[in-house]
Ligand binder design. Structure first.
Ligand code: HEC
Length: 147
């Protein structure tokens, strides 16, 4: 008694739907990565960039003191960079620029840098003092804004 030969396996609709479902998952994953990237890029880097550049120059000044390199050519470029970048505080923090105290802290910082530029520190002790005064101006605003 011969059983009928089994019908050859055919790719039915089932595997096609599975394939489409998997393809959908992959496309969905790729799309959500793209959307997340786009959202991340919308994050405005300006405010943090201003702070990080100022912070780099403050570190450089401290490094000057540690390495005992306190000639005007070692120190002035950092003070000048700090002064120029500090002009960007209000434009970078557009949501806070109308806050009187915030603006006051920003101009206090500029005044501290101006004072150090008006009488440039010529020795490491003076660089340390100037950096400490500027650092206090930074901290004043950070205490106010809780940073
Ligand atoms: C007028 C206000 C103000 C002054 C002055 C100020 N900061 Fe800031 N700082 C802020 C605010 C507001 C933030 C929070 C930024 C954010 O998270 O978007 C911040 C954040 C920072 C950060 C962290 C950045 C990050 O990744 O979130 C550093 C570092 C920093 N400031 C360094 C400095 C240094 C150095 C000075 C002085 C030379 C200074 N700041 C002066 C307001 C100020």
């Amino acid at each position: 008694m011969n059983a009928p030969a089994p019908a050859p396996a055919r790719r039915g609709n089932g595997s096609r739907y599975l394939f489409m479902a998997l393809l959908g998952l992959v496309v969905g994953a790729v799309a959500s990565v793209m959307v997340m990237r786009a959202i991340q890029q919308r994050h405005d880097p300006y405010p943090e960039a201003v702070m990080h550049v100022m912070s780099a120059h403050m570190r450089a000044l401290k490094q000057n003191v540690v390495q005992n390199r306190c000639a005007a050519t070692d120190v002035l470029p950092h003070l000048q960079a700090l002064r120029v970048v500090s002009n960007d505080i209000e434009p970078a923090f557009a949501d806070m620029r109308d806050d009187e105290k915030f603006a006051k802290y920003a101009s206090d910082l500029r005044a501290a840098i101006d004072a150090s530029l008006a009488a440039p520190p010529m020795a490491c002790g003076a660089v340390q003092t100037a950096a400490a005064k500027i650092g206090e101006a930074c901290e004043g605003c950070h205490r106010y804004t809780n940073q």
